[in-house]
Write a protein that binds this ligand. Sequence first.
Ligand code: F6R
Length: 252
Amino acid sequence: MRIITTESYQEMSLEATKIVAGQVYLKPTSVLGLATGSTPEGLYDNLVAVHRTIGLDFSEVTTFNLDEYIGMAPENPQSYHYFMHKHFFDLVNVRPENIFPDGCAEDVPAACKAYDKLIREKGGIDLQVLGIGRNAHIGFNEPDVKFEATTHKVKLDDETIQANARFFEDEEAVPRYAISMGIKTIMLARHVILLANGPEKAEAVKKAVCGSVSPAAPASILQLHQDVTVIVDRAAASMLPEEYQHGAHEIF
Ligand code: F6R
């Protein structure tokens, strides 16, 4: 695990941009796993700028989204499908036949199985981008997750519902269920980058980077992944040991 602590959200987004852009430049047929939420917005803005200014080509890239609310139509502005189009896909030349978990699939277990199969058929995920929840979730893998789970239906934690209410009219409107890549699916990615910013993520980052590996803190499993880069701003790093609060370090 490598950790890069930056001075600001902008710098965190730039470090992530170097990694994702480098991946796509060196392997134009890369398979990317992508997260939604506030954290990666700066990364997506930067990738759009790199595409527009120096022509970084996404035409051969395949993308898989981490998660989607169940029962939410793709055209709903709160859907993750809509988010990805608005912030990224519609602004670069990723081909429209990108793949998402289908939040409206009638047979959810079959759709989940098909999703993992498709990831395998595309050669597996080269680079997975993750954010982290305040409860240390990754994707929608909430505390007490089963580490062996592949893509599956999840019930959202109350804490996640409260945190995501900011995107909806009120808390009641937040869907209770989602489809999420499982921990096993995420762990099969060849390289993972985990982004976090702000003081409200400090505790979760501490659990992910130096807590015990436990289903109680889903992101802690990343300590067992062979190639993870954690990129955090100073506020999100504030509960880490002093030496990790500046610069870049190999932790183990
Ligand atoms: C989003 C996802 C979630 C978010 C996490 C942080 O696709 O899988 O795990 O990454 O909830 O969300 P933000 O970035 O909004 O703080």
